[in-house]
Design a binder for this molecule. Structure first.
Ligand code: ZN
Length: 329
C-alpha cells in the first residue's frame, strides 16, 4: 500500500516535513532529493530523483557507456506532476531503470501517468518505456521518432543486450510512440501544462523539448550535454543554429539529457556551443586544406579533449558525421 505524498500538501505536516520544507525553501532554486515514502516500492532508492522545481523531478544518470554495472543508468529521465496527471519525460536505458523510475514516481504521487514523452530515439532515453505500459498511457514523441526508432530497433536491441549483458538487459523492450508531435503542442496535467516542441534536426532528426509552464523548467533531452561530450547523430549545423535560436529565449532552468539535474540558461549551453563551433571550424579548415575524413577523425576538435568526459569514445565519430555534412557546403 502506497502512501500518497503530495509535495504541495500542507495538511497536518510532521515537524520533519516542516523542517524539510523550510530547508527546501532556503535552497531554491537548487534541487532537493525526493522524500522517502513510508512504503517505498522495492528498487527505487531514496533520492533516486530530485525535485528541481516544485513538481518537476529529474534522475541524474552517470557519465558512462552502457555496461552491466550501470544497468543502463546513463541519462537523465524525469517527470512532471500535475494536479490530475503525471508526464514522464524519458525512461532511461533499460527495463530495470524504467521500473526504478516508475517506483520513484510512486514515491511522490499516485496520480495516473497519462503521458510518457521521449525526447528522442536513443536507447538510453527510451529503453525503460516498457515499465510504463498501462491502459490509458500515451507514448508521445516527435513525429519522426517512430520511423527512426523502427529502422534501428533490431540493431539497438542486439547491441544493448550485448553491452548490458542478459541480466541488466532483462525486461527491456522497445515501445513505439502512440502519438507523434509535428507542431508545438500543449498538454494539460491539471493546474499546470507542458509545452512540447518538435525541433529541426540537431542532436538527432527527432528532438523534442518539454517545458513545464508553471515553473518555466525546460527539459532539453540531448540537445544539452554537460560533462559528457555531446554526440552528433543529426546535424552539426542544425544543432548550432538551434542552440543560437533557443539561447535567445529565457528559461528559469533547463534539464540536460546528460549532466546535472538542472542548469541555468542560457549559460548552461555555452560549453556545448563551444564544442560544436570548435569542431565545425576545425573541419572546415581541414576541408579547405584538402584533408580527408580520416585526418579529421584524428585532429578535429582535439582542443576540447580535456573539457569533456567520454571524449575519446565519441569525438572521432562526431568528426566523421560533421565532416560528411560540411564537405558539401
Ligand atoms: Zn541522445
Amino acid at each position: 500500500m502506497l502512501r500518497h505524498i503530495d509535495p504541495t500538501a500542507t495538511s497536518a505536516p510532521s515537524r520533519r516535513t516542516i523542517v524539510r520544507a523550510a530547508a527546501a525553501l532556503l535552497t531554491w532554486p537548487f534541487w532537493r532529493p525526493v522524500a522517502a515514502a513510508a512504503a517505498a516500492e522495492p528498487g527505487a532508492p531514496t533520492g533516486f530523483a530530485v525535485e528541481v522545481a516544485p513538481g518537476c523531478f529529474v534522475h541524474q544518470g552517470r557519465h558512462a557507456l552502457f555496461a552491466p554495472d550501470n544497468e543502463g543508468d546513463i541519462s537523465n529521465p524525469g517527470f512532471v506532476v500535475g494536479d490530475e496527471a503525471v508526464a514522464v519525460i524519458d525512461t532511461s536505458g533499460s527495463g530495470i531503470m524504467g521500473a526504478r523510475l516508475l517506483a520513484s514516481v510512486r514515491q511522490v504521487t499516485d496520480r495516473p501517468i497519462r503521458y510518457v514523452i521521449n525526447t528522442h530515439m536513443h536507447p538510453d532515453h527510451v529503453f525503460g518505456n516498457g515499465a510504463f505500459q498501462a491502459e490509458g498511457t500515451e507514448f508521445v514523441a516527435h513525429h519522426k521518432m517512430a520511423r527512426g526508432l523502427a529502422a534501428r530497433a533490431d540493431r539497438y536491441m542486439e547491441r544493448n543486450r550485448e553491452l548490458l549483458g542478459d541480466k541488466a538487459f532483462e525486461g527491456t523492450k522497445i515501445v513505439m510512440p502512440t502519438r507523434g508531435i509535428d507542431s508545438p503542442t500543449t498538454i494539460d496535467l491539471g493546474g499546470r501544462s507542458i509545452e512540447l516542441v518538435p525541433r529541426k534536426t540537431a542532436h538527432t532528426d527527432n528532438d523534442l523539448t518539454v517545458r513545464c509552464t508553471k515553473t518555466d523548467t525546460l527539459y532539453l533531452g540531448d540537445l544539452l550535454f554537460s560533462g559528457h561530450v555531446p554526440t552528433i547523430d543529426g546535424s552539426i549545423k542544425g544543432w548550432m543554429a538551434l542552440m543560437e535560436e533557443m539561447t535567445k529565449s529565457p528559461a528559469a532552468r533547463v534539464v540536460p539529457g546528460h549532466g546535472p539535474p538542472s542548469m541555468p540558461w542560457p549559460e548552461g549551453a555555452r560549453p556545448l556551443q563551444h564544442y560544436l563551433e570548435t569542431l565545425a571550424v576545425d573541419i572546415r579548415g581541414l576541408i579547405k586544406q584538402g584533408k580527408t575524413l580520416a585526418d579529421a577523425m584524428v585532429v578535429a576538435g582535439q582542443s576540447e579533449k580535456n573539457a569533456w568526459l567520454l571524449f575519446d569514445d565519441y569525438n572521432a565519430r562526431n568528426a566523421s558525421a560533421a565532416f560528411a555534412e560540411l564537405e558539401w557546403e
